[in-house]
Design a protein around this ligand. Structure first.
Ligand code: ZN
Length: 151
């Protein structure tokens, strides 16, 4: 539910929908954290970075919904604060969904390439390419070590 009052937009959420969403997200988080660990294939450092980031966003969402839930019984300045929090959540949503965020993270996580002779490597997508930071065919970030000489 959404309605405009003066220059403010009032957004309403059903109490039972909130209860369900809080429980749902709380149960989903550990599952996604496990999937990150699996997806990063033993890359502990990357796994910790990805898990911290995902947890932060999830906890923001859960905290926000919990505050909103509490506000069903409260009034006054709390509601004002909650409206501000909701507009912050809407800004998150404009950036994209959790699934999109996960896909971008995956694309930007360096993956191993197989050497093909001295000058070429094979990307996970199957393309035989010159060593580069990203695969020009699938966009995957690659784990390529460049030799740099300093003169
Ligand atoms: Zn590729």
């Amino acid at each position: 539910m959404r309605k405009k009052v003066g220059d403010k937009i009032i957004i309403g959420v059903k109490q039972e929908d909130l209860e369900e969403s809080i429980a749902g997200l709380s149960q989903l988080l550990p599952v996604l954290l496990r999937n990150i660990a699996i997806g990063n294939k033993g890359n502990i450092r990357q796994t910790m970075i990805d898990q911290a980031e995902l947890s932060k966003h999830f906890n923001t969402a859960i905290d926000t919904m919990t505050m909103l839930y509490a506000a069903h019984v409260e009034d006054g300045p709390v509601k004002e604060e909650i409206l501000n929090i909701i507009s912050e959540v809407e800004r998150y949503r404009k950036i994209g969904s959790i699934e999109e965020f996960e896909q971008l993270k995956k694309k930007n996580t360096p993956t191993k390439v197989e050497p093909r002779g001295e000058m070429w490597v094979k990307c996970q997508c199957g393309a035989i390419i010159r060593p580069n930071k990203y695969c020009p065919y699938c966009g995957q970030r690659l784990e390529v070590v460049f030799c740099t000489k300093q003169y």
